[in-house]
Design a protein around this ligand. Structure first.
Ligand SMILES: Cc1cc2nc3c(=O)[nH]c(=O)nc-3n(C[C@H](O)[C@H](O)[C@H](O)COP(=O)(O)OP(=O)(O)OC[C@H]3O[C@@H](n4cnc5c(N)ncnc54)[C@H](O)[C@@H]3O)c2cc1C
Length: 443
């Protein structure tokens, strides 16, 4: 396809947010008779799913301590359910399995799920948790120090690229054009954005939408936004000069057994399992102590990844200059190594006996990837330079298929209450989202 000189809406990034916004905006334009999909161009420097969306574990859960996140995810789960087969969405449910230090927080999550009619069950007490897991899910369950379980009956996971191609097909059926192999080098600004300078030439536009995932900081800089900001916390303390974007290396991998090895007591696909615990973790290879600090793990049988796929806590990247490119499994710096394989397979064995002697079946395929995180680790959804919508999801966002729908409505002039808690001025106003006691930066 030739590069057009002009397109009314330019969407940068063919990941979950760019594609979802493209499809939903095209629908908005058509149904409101204010244009059509042919007014929208999606540009990606590499390909559909070349960023975080294409390597994501694909877990979809509502388990968030922040009410605003719970409501937003609940909206997204409805979108997943609208076309479950098309998106490769498997509504197997999700379990947050926790130690006593998280009991109160997770109970609060459960109470709010009742308020928003998000179906879940809450099990309390060490004995009842063990009975629930062994009786209903895995008879070989044996994780220790577990005193509460939140069992979400909705959510689960999706086959990461299938959902992206489905969104791309739907967008193209509405007339949206998707151009890959075109890199944005500059946002031409004159107060607002008047054009996008790419490796193939300049395209004039009226409105730009950025869904650049781990490349958020690149576009933040192109917009001339500050590298560091002052952040006011809810007690009115100012935290000066906090870096706007920091990076974490997400630790994920696959145990190369047949996925059916991970089925539940009934031979069915189990819920996605997420365990946090303060029980010491010992090596399943040589029984040495790996950690006696709090640790966490998540996993699921996954036919798309070809095994038991999951991860554990990410590592914060401390270097000043972070090479986002080459991204994902092509990165020499941010794929997981033997240490992850050892910890994760030992954690699997801690949870279930069947994984006891399986560590040498860990898949040697490269996996894992980088995420860009905001100062409070939560998304920024906001308009900058008057006509540039920035969808910076702080690495929460594969599950957030519905954000594109809400953004499309905002672009049409309808403010969305679900997006309000995620505005950039929350840092200045001390309206941060509450922090949980989870060992993960995104819970
Ligand atoms: C290993 C891993 C596992 C994850 N697991 C989950 C999970 O289980 N559940 C969940 O909800 N979230 C998960 N996430 C987070 C989730 O994947 C991301 O938050 C989400 O996919 C981001 O979507 P996006 O559309 O913003 O960005 P991306 O999918 O990263 O897409 C950005 C696109 O922008 C393009 N681009 C970048 N720069 C330019 C440029 N200059 N010009 C043109 N195009 C450009 C890239 O090529 C890329 O295709 C995971 C992330 C990682 C790394």
């Amino acid at each position: 396809m030739a590069l057009p000189d002009y397109c009314k809406y330019i969407i940068i990034g063919a990941g979950m947010h760019g594609l979802s916004t493209a499809y939903h905006l095209a629908r908005e334009l058509r149904t409101k008779k204010r244009g059509s999909g042919s007014d929208i161009l999606v540009i990606d420097k590499t390909a559909i799913g070349a960023g975080a969306s294409g390597i994501a574990c694909g877990v979809i859960r509502n388990n968030y301590y922040q009410p605003a996140m719970q409501e937003l995810i609940s909206h997204s789960v409805n979108i997943w359910e609208e076309d479950a087969d098309g998106y490769g969405y498997l509504p197997v449910g999700y379990m947050q399995i926790s130690p006593e230090s998280m009991h109160e927080d997770v109970h609060a999550i459960y109470e709010r799920q009742k308020d928003i009619a998000y179906g879940s069950e809450f099990i309390e007490g060490e004995k009842d948790c063990l009975r629930y897991m062994r009786g209903n899910i895995f008879e070989d369950w044996r994780a220790r120090n577990i005193t509460s379980i939140l069992h979400e009956k909705k959510g689960g996971y999706a086959h990461n690229t299938k959902a992206l191609y489905r969104l791309a097909d739907k967008a193209e059926a509405e007339g949206v054009r998707i151009l890959t192999g075109v890199e944005v080098k500059e946002l031409v600004q004159n107060g607002c954005i008047s054009a996008v300078e790419t490796t193939k030439g300049r395209i004039q536009c009226d409105y730009t939408i950025i869904g650049a995932g781990p490349w958020a900081n690149h576009f933040w800089k192109m917009l001339g936004l500050p590298d560091a900001i002052d952040v006011k916390d809810p007690d009115d303390n100012i935290h000066p000069n906090m870096k706007m974007w920091t990076y974490w290396s997400l630790q994920e991998g696959t145990l190369g057994v047949d996925p059916s090895y991970g089925l539940d007591n009934q031979g069915k696909m189990p819920p996605v399992i997420h365990v946090d615990t303060d029980a010491p973790l010992y090596s399943s290879e040589d029984q040495t102590l790996i950690t006696d600090d709090m640790w966490g793990i998540y996993y699921k049988p996954d036919f798309h990844f070809g095994g038991i796929q999951g991860g554990c806590m990410p590592n914060r990247v401390e270097t000043q200059e972070v090479a986002v490119d080459p991204y994902g499994i092509d990165s020499p710096d941010f794929i997981v190594g033997p240490e992850f394989a050892h910890t994760w397979t030992s954690a699997l064995a801690h949870c279930q006996k069947r994984y006891e002697d399986q560590y040498d079946r860990y898949s040697k395929q490269p996996s894992g990837g980088l995420g860009a995180f905001s100062p409070d680790n939560f998304p920024v959804f906001d308009v900058f330079r008057e006509n540039c919508y920035f969808i910076a999801d702080s690495s929460h966002g594969y599950k957030m298929i519905g954000v594109g729908k809400l953004v499309a409505k905002e672009i049409m002039g309808e403010r969305q209450a679900l997006l309000k808690p995620f505005r950039f001025d929350r840092y200045e106003n001390g309206e941060l989202l509450p922090e949980s006691k989870s060992p993960f930066p995104w819970s």
